[in-house]
Structure formats: C-alpha cells, structure tokens
Write a protein that binds this ligand. Structure first.
Ligand SMILES: C[S@@+](CC[C@H](N)C(=O)[O-])C[C@H]1O[C@@H](n2cnc3c(N)ncnc32)[C@H](O)[C@@H]1O
Length: 252
C-alpha cells in the first residue's frame, strides 16, 4: 500500500490541468496530446506488446489508469471512425470524471468511462478479453491488489498487457530513496520486482519490449528538458533518462 498515493494523485491533476486547462505551454517542456500523437502512442504500444489492431475486433478491452489521452483515447477514435469492429472499450481511472472536464473523452455506446480505482473496478468476473495498463501500475495505491483484480475481470484466456517505468537494475537496491526525489510516483519498481508481482497472478509473464525513456517519450528529449520551468525540474527529468527505462509485459 502506498501512503503517498493521494499526494501523487493531487500532482497528477495539477500536471494535466497545466496542459489542458491553463494551456500553459512550462510546460513548454510538455506538449498537449492531440489525436495524431494519441494514435502514434497507441500503435507504438500495440507493437511493443505484439498485438495487431484487428485482434481487438469483437473484444472487450480495458485501459486501466487510462488518463485523459492514453490508449483509450486512441481506441475510442478508431472505434468511432470504424477502424475497429464492435470493440467495447472500458476506460478505468479514479480521475476519469475529472478528466471529462478536458473534453477529450466522452462516453458513448462503445466507450464506458469508469471512475474507479483499479483495485476495485466493479466490473464483473471473467468479462474482459484484454486489459491494457500503460504507465499506471506504479501510480496505483496497491499494485498487487490491482493485478489480482485484473485477473478476476479477465476471461481465463484473457491477456494483461502492462507497461511501466522501472529502475535500471543497478539502482534497484536504493529504490526506497526515490520516493523522496520523485513524489509523482507512489512506487519505484525494478523489472524483476514488477515481474514477480505479475507472476503471483499470471502463469506466463513475458517481457516483450524494453525502451529507454527518450525512445519512448519525446518530452524527455534534451531540447524539451532545457525548456523546463525550473532548473531542479530540468535536472530531475534529465536524470530520469539514466535511472529509468520502460518495460512492456504480456501476461496470460
Ligand atoms: C501517468 S498517468 C498515465 C495515463 C495514461 N495511461 C497514459 O499512458 O497517458 C497515471 C494514471 O494512473 C491513474 N491512477 C492512479 N491510481 C490509480 C488506481 N488506483 N487505479 C487506476 N488508475 C490509477 C491516475 O489517475 C493517472 O491517470
């Protein structure tokens, strides 16, 4: 359980507000995500999990910890424009009602917005074919409970496709210190620690891709970092390039 979850969530709202409400482009270092970048993110994530788009047709698919412009954002666009056939999308996030204020995601017959924590989604047992979770498992209050909940709502043949920032192995021994440096994340996993959590609920857990931070996030390029609001913020973000990587797991 994470004691600092509420603080992290407060910061999460501040972060998105700056971009989408205040349209405060510090945030010169972070760019708003429009549908073009949303789709790029979706296809990149599908590739890294080795999932083809047409595999999602006729499936019940969730995005857990979806944020305002995460995978559900791109999936909804594709569904609304007939690139997906009868895919039902469940966008789960305890801030989803809040994010609705940004006018990016609106529920419709194929998209359900679920304002719940991933620890207790309220969805029925064995009801989903795929659950994605991108950059969210280290933001939740109780990661093991979330993984257990995902196993419960997935059909027995279902897949959990989860990606997360993790510390490079060399820093894993000093993981407890990171919560004082980086208050936006309640957890700082190593790849092995996260894999062990997943293996408690899933028989097969396969690492399908690992990416450096810059490879995955243009906002961490040195040009964008140099435009951070404060020097400290810039230094922290530059360091994250050397301390963290992103791992993609496929769990069955
Ligand atoms: C860094 S954002 C990632 C958003 C999105 N997945 C993306 O890749 O753009 C992390 C998200 O996790 C959500 N989150 C935090 N705690 C959660 C929980 N207990 N269950 C589900 N989502 C949670 C936050 O509200 C936030 O929207």
């Amino acid at each position: 359980m994470a004691k600092n979850w509420e603080i992290a969530q407060f910061r999460e709202k501040q972060f998105w507000d700056k971009i989408y409400l205040e349209k405060n482009i510090d945030i010169k270092s972070h760019q708003p995500v429009g549908i073009e970048r949303g789709l790029e993110f979706l296809f990149k994530t599908l590739n890294r999990h080795r999932v083809k788009l047409n595999f999602l047709n006729n499936k019940n698919v969730a995005d857990l910890g979806c944020g305002p412009t995460g995978l559900a954002f791109g999936l909804n666009f594709l569904s609304q424009n007939s690139y997906l056939n009868r895919t039902k999308i469940f966008a789960i996030d305890p801030l989803i009602d809040y994010y609705e204020g940004y006018d990016l995601l609106k529920s419709n017959e194929r998209l359900s917005l679920i304002n719940k924590k991933g620890e207790n989604t309220g969805l029925i047992d064995n009801s989903l074919d795929l659950v994605f979770s991108s950059n969210a498992i280290d933001h939740v209050e109780d990661p093991q409970q979330v993984i257990k909940e995902v196993r419960r709502i997935l059909k027995p043949s279902g897949q959990f496709l989860v990606s997360s920032h993790v510390l490079y192995r060399v820093y894993s021994g000093i993981a407890p210190i990171f919560k004082y440096i980086d208050k936006n994340h309640p957890h700082h996993f190593s790849e092995t620690y996260l894999k062990n959590l997943l293996e408690k609920e899933f028989e097969r857990v396969e690492l399908t891709y690992s990416a450096t931070m810059i490879e995955d996030n243009a906002d961490l390029s040195f040009y964008r970092i140099s435009r951070s609001a404060t020097l400290i913020q810039g230094i922290k973000r530059a360091l994250s390039n050397y301390v963290l990587q992103t791992v993609y797991f496929s769990c069955e």
